[in-house]
Design a protein around this ligand. Sequence first.
Ligand SMILES: N=CN[C@@H](CCC(=O)O)C(=O)O
Ligand SMILES: [Mn+2]
Ligand SMILES: [Mn+2]
Length: 322
Amino acid sequence: MNALYHLCEPALYTGRESTSRAYLHENVRALDLRGSLARTEERIPALFGYACDEGVRRNLGRPGAAEGPRALRKGLGKYPWQVGAPGHLADAGDIRLEDDNLEGAQAAYAEGVSKLLEVGYLPMGIGGGHDIAFAHYKGIRNHLGPGKHLGIVNFDAHFDLRSPGDAPHSGSPFFQVARTCQQEGLDFHYACIGVRRDANPQVLWDRAREFSVCTIERESLTPDQLSGHCRTLRKFLKPLDAVYLTIDLDGFSSAYAPGVSAASPMGYAPMEIAPLLDVVLNSGKLIGLDIAELNPAHDQDGQTVALAGSLVHRILHFPGLF
Ligand SMILES: N=CN[C@@H](CCC(=O)O)C(=O)O
Ligand SMILES: [Mn+2]
Ligand SMILES: [Mn+2]
């Protein structure tokens, strides 16, 4: 790992003390990605921060997401650690942006993801701009090699299929993945859930169609259509060997997630998408996941941190995942 890598700060984890390791902060272990890592006996989740908002800046959004990883860790300590939780939670530290070098941060992040996967961890990324997704995907792909069918499930108000020009940014990660797949002769499997008509220009809807993106629109997230969407998602997952899950917090309504780079008043409520999230967690194919675009500079009352914390708690306690 290079100079952009920083070890986790254990002091960020605080909360009530117990005699039975009843809280998350009592179950975190620091993991140093600079050395060689021992293979895990069971699958262990590993937080891995992407402290970078240069992609948001390049995409004309509101900066601040570089502080997302620290803010989420501060919020996580108090969560209960209950029956079914993994043996422990590893914290593999952060990749932090330096000198606007987004591409360097992405390369270092991808390297860290591959390293975690090689020894049996499940990377749990914390962003940072959604440019984390290109880095995370690359890290998974480098680990898997070209022979496996790898898919992406993105919960987001946006397709993030913009052309990056000569400077990748937070709105371009899935276009970059598609282009890489094309160049390397790999299939591109991408599902985007919660995408909004009023948040994506026509060219991106056309591009999504051209790339055969499995699209579930925000407007269609109604109780009567949910079981149909679950079926669609299961069908999407069926031919895959592995799935990378990425949750852009701006897919949620700003009533729940004000602390993001691009707020979504008309986004979804958490329980509107929970069953779809569970389909992914239940697939047996999850290889890596992240929560992106947490921007504490615009959070109100810590609501967005709390939402991200509850998502992490749900994932850590999902039956059979660990
Ligand atoms: N990662 C976010 N991407 C969005 C941002 C939208 C906005 O700034 O309003 C996009 O490029 O479409
Ligand atoms: Mn988004
Ligand atoms: Mn996004």
